[in-house]
Design a protein around this ligand. Structure first.
Ligand code: TXA
Ligand code: MG
Length: 338
């Protein structure tokens, strides 16, 4: 792990980030530096995807197993074509959703400049064209692909604000670009495309129904004939320090509340409502910030209201289930929260 001193506050750039700041970030990256970048999904920890030393620093900073490959971010579909073979079905997905919260796992080109370490030695590569204007400026300035996992210690909640990044990984970074709160708030949806078959590897910020309008029914990872599961889909992930109790209809004594719509809207103790109107897009955008906030308040137990499994609810429930796994309070149902 990195032992450098904490990031001085002056190195956290706040809006408006100037063209000069972006050029500075691009120079740092070209020299093998690490820059935290805003994207519309979550903040990323970016390095030059071609540079194995930079990529090794990313794995070390996050404490991430090197068997878990990174997403390479590129400026457009043409840049993606230099790194991967893009079958017609992937072209259609890219045309429909790039730039945006969709990552495509595609066969890697033999002459791709992305280093093996970034791809964990696989013969596929994960590619995304992000939509955040600051990230787009940065990609235009670097003209090389940026490998960027979410900018959090491995297993922790992904950052949706610059201060989350500074709190979790600040010491390991050369610069944090502050692009404001992430608009989508959930990581990208990851889809593997092999020939005419598309497989959902990770639910995320683009709803399944939108993708299926282009692809027809998506295969699920683990199904027969589906591509291998995404190495990053560890069962416990996105975890705050507190224990989560999902699908709660009432809060127990000592529990903080993560409310949604009218669910868990009433009670004592700290409470955050992901969307008082029951809007799943708003709830997605607020989810990780709410978990960061409840952690910062020092709560130890959180009751979570039921969230419908439609639209972005699929990804919200996926993240909540992973965050809750292995963290359930010792005594089941009838005891009060310790
Ligand atoms: O929204 C996002 O996707 C954010 C922003 C920064 O772009 N990034 C992100 O990266 O969430 P990360 O590393 O936390 O998640 C990438 C996921 C992991 O589950 C990883 O296993 C999977 O993509 N992945 C990467 N390359 C893959 C490959 N070749 N085959 C299968 N899965 C792959
Ligand atoms: Mg991540």
């Amino acid at each position: 792990m990195n032992t450098r001193p904490p990031l001085p506050p002056s190195r956290v750039e706040t809006p408006p980030t100037t063209t000069e700041t972006v050029a500075h970030a691009a120079r740092l990256l070209a020299r093998g530096g690490l820059v935290a970048v805003p994207t519309e999904t979550v903040y990323g920890l970016a390095g030059d995807a071609r540079n194995p030393t930079a990529i090794a620093r990313i794995f070390a900073a996050k404490g991430r197993p090197a068997s878990n490959p990174l997403i390479s971010h590129v400026a457009d579909l043409d840049a993606a074509r230099a790194l991967a073979h893009v079958p017609p079905l992937a072209e259609r997905l890219a045309a429909a959703f790039w730039p945006g919260p969709l990552t495509l796992v595609l066969p890697r080109r033999a002459d791709s400049p992305v280093c093996d370490l970034a791809c964990a030695g696989l013969n596929t590569i994960a590619l995304r064209v992000p939509a955040h204007p600051l990230m787009r400026q940065l990609l235009a300035a670097t003209r090389f692909p940026l490998a960027a996992p979410s900018a959090n210690p491995s297993g922790a909640v992904s950052p949706t604000q610059a201060d989350h990044v500074a709190g979790g990984l600040g010491a390991a970074l050369d610069l944090i670009l502050d692009g404001g709160p992430s608009a989508v708030g959930l990581e990208s949806t990851v889809v593997a495309v092999a020939g005419e078959r598309a497989t959902l590897l990770r639910a995320g910020g683009l709803a399944r129904s939108e993708i299926e309008a282009v692809t027809g029914p998506l295969a699920r990872a683990g199904e027969e004939n589906a591509s291998p599961r995404s190495p990053g889909q560890l069962s416990r992930h996105y975890a705050p320090r507190a224990a989560l109790r999902l699908g709660a209809t009432t809060a127990r004594p000592g529990e903080a509340r993560l409310a949604f719509g009218d669910g868990l809207a009433v009670g004592d103790g700290p409470s955050i409502n992901l969307s008082p109107t029951g809007d799943l897009i708003e709830a997605a955008a607020r989810l990780f910030a709410a978990l960061h906030q409840l952690d910062a308040m020092g709560v130890t137990h959180i009751a979570v209201a039921p969230i419908p499994d439609t639209g972005l609810g699929e990804a919200i429930n996926d993240r909540l289930a992973r965050a809750a796994r292995g963290r359930t309070p010792a005594q089941p149902d009838k005891g009060s929260a310790p």
